[in-house]
Design a protein around this ligand. Sequence first.
Ligand code: HEM
Length: 137
Amino acid sequence: MNKNKIALALLIPTLAFSLLLIMGCSTQAVPVNQTPTTPTATPTTSPQTQNPTKITVKTPPKISGITMTEVAKHNSESDCWMAINGKVYNVTSYITSHPGGGAILLGCSKDATSLFEGRHSQNAHNILQNYYLDNLK
Ligand code: HEM
């Protein structure tokens, strides 16, 4: 009789423990043919929004026109600009070809409209266009 009691006393906790083990395993069990899903952390913000690189292309404003202050800086035989009728010309390379000789130098760094107009042919006007830089600001 005592032997039976001892056996029961040992058997009950063993069974209970085994039951607990089985239950514990079954909750973790993965059905056949089903791949266990590993939880993936969803980032709250994507890397792009975390540190966005803003690319702003700014088109520089078109700089148009040359001031008389700039024209005035070009006042020599080796660097001769002049303004004629609201346009600026760099005539440096024409100086040695000028039919009127060194008289052209009188117009360097100046508004030479009055010097040029009235004494030059249409051909001279056409030649002048080869040296156009920009409009006078
Ligand atoms: C603004 C200052 C200039 C002065 C004071 C000047 C002066 C003269 C002078 C005195 C003559 C000789 C003909 C004449 O007796 O009338 C002449 C001729 C000529 N010049 Fe000028 N010149 C100037 C600028 C230019 C420029 C900038 C050009 C062209 C880029 C030019 C092109 C000519 C040509 C082609 C002739 C031959 C005649 C004709 O086709 O009109 N000159 N210039």
